[in-house]
Design a protein around this ligand. Structure first.
Ligand SMILES: [Zn+2]
Length: 362
């Protein structure tokens, strides 16, 4: 028992079957009985016959300029390459699919006749008029002239045998060549069944009927937006609370100026800068150094009030010295400066030094 995987014509026009032995053995001079796998054959016929209708529908929708640039058909699907210089719009694809399915529903007769090349051209046949066609050509006529093509393939008897066509994708394969992939017959049913299952699973997850899914998803999206806003507001409230904690822990210099050195977790630079501004508004005179560790990165900012800048206390110098304690570096202006730190375990030590550093500058 062997399965035929491929058939090819050799140069003497003999048909060669490439087989894979599935059971038993095969040797020279064995007599074999060939049997066509009916289902596979019929599925393939449907897919191949559908390429004729697709070819026609493409010409109707996109224009007569398009040409078949190749096709591939097996029992699962069909592929149709055509010459066209731009992507095919969703609306056009939908129209093309509709036309093919209309022609399938009409149950057009499929007639196969052999005739001379000239006769076939008179009938308006399309196809590759190449040297390989001898004097007699095979013409496949669907719907008494609706679609007339030169073709040597196997076809259904009426277009309704194809049952249904569903376009799965449209893509570019080369410059000026588009590819359409589609399924027919039983594969459409399988596709429908699996789409149904996905919809039903999503419906279960969202506790909604299939026709309510888009509304439900829109609801969830707006709910999510609301939650994000709420989280943002809570974070703001939280930072306002931390502001009081920070001020409570401020140290005082001998001249009455405050020294605020505080460590924040998981805040970005903009946030701690905003907090720094608020702290500066609360203290009349002083130095503020804040640190934050976000995504493993340690950063410092320093701020100095005007009166201390006049006495030679500069934010750039302070932040530089603080960052250096952790192995980092940085600097900036007299009133505001930022620096990157390295060793996170030394943050406490660095912030603990702020008061001493400022005192040395006075
Ligand atoms: Zn054909």
């Amino acid at each position: 028992f062997a399965e035929v995987r491929d058939t090819q014509k050799n140069k003497n026009a003999a048909i060669l079957h490439h087989v894979e032995v599935a059971e038993g053995s095969l040797s020279v001079k064995d007599k074999v009985e060939a049997e066509v796998d009916i289902m596979t054959r019929r599925d393939t016929m449907k897919n191949h016959s559908a390429t004729h209708l697709l070819n026609k529908a493409l010409r109707e929708v996109l224009g007569e300029h398009i040409n078949q640039a190749g096709s591939y058909v097996d029992s699962k699907r069909l592929r149709f390459d055509l010459t066209h210089f731009e992507g095919i719009s969703k609306e056009d694809l939908k129209r093309i699919e509709e036309i093919v399915n209309e022609q399938i529903a009409l149950g057009l007769p499929v007639a196969v006749r052999e005739m001379s090349l000239v006769e076939s051209q008179e009938e308006g046949a399309i196809g590759l008029f190449e040297d390989k066609y001898k004097d007699v050509v095979r013409v496949v006529n669907m719907g008494n002239g609706y679609s007339v093509e030169l073709c040597g393939g196997t076809h259904v008897r009426t277009t309704s045998d194809i049952q249904m066509l569903k376009i799965m994708s449209e893509s570019s394969v080369a410059s000026g060549i588009r590819r359409i992939e589609a399924i027919t017959g039983r594969e459409v049913y399988k596709h429908m069944t699996s789409s149904d299952r996905v919809l039903s699973n999503v419906g279960t997850l969202l506790k909604a009927a299939p026709e309510e899914l888009d509304r439900r998803i829109a609801e969830l999206q707006s709910e999510n937006k609301g939650l994000q806003k709420e989280v943002h507001n809570l974070k703001q409230e939280e930072s306002a609370k931390s502001l009081n904690d920070v001020l409570d822990q401020a140290a005082e210099l001998s001249n009455g100026s405050k020294v605020v050195a505080f460590q924040f977790e998981d805040m970005d630079m903009d946030t701690i800068r905003g907090l720094g501004d608020k702290i500066r508004d609360q203290i009349a005179s002083g130095v503020i150094v804040l640190s934050t560790v976000k995504e493993g990165k340690l950063n410092f900012i320093a701020m100095v009030t005007k009166d201390l800048i006049e006495k030679g206390v500069f934010a750039g110098n302070i932040v530089k010295q603080v960052a250096q304690i952790t192995g980092g570096n940085g600097g900036g202006r007299k009133d505001f400066a930022a620096a990157g730190g390295k060793d996170i375990s030394k943050v406490d030590e660095a912030l603990g030094q702020v008061k001493t550093i400022v005192e040395q500058m006075l």
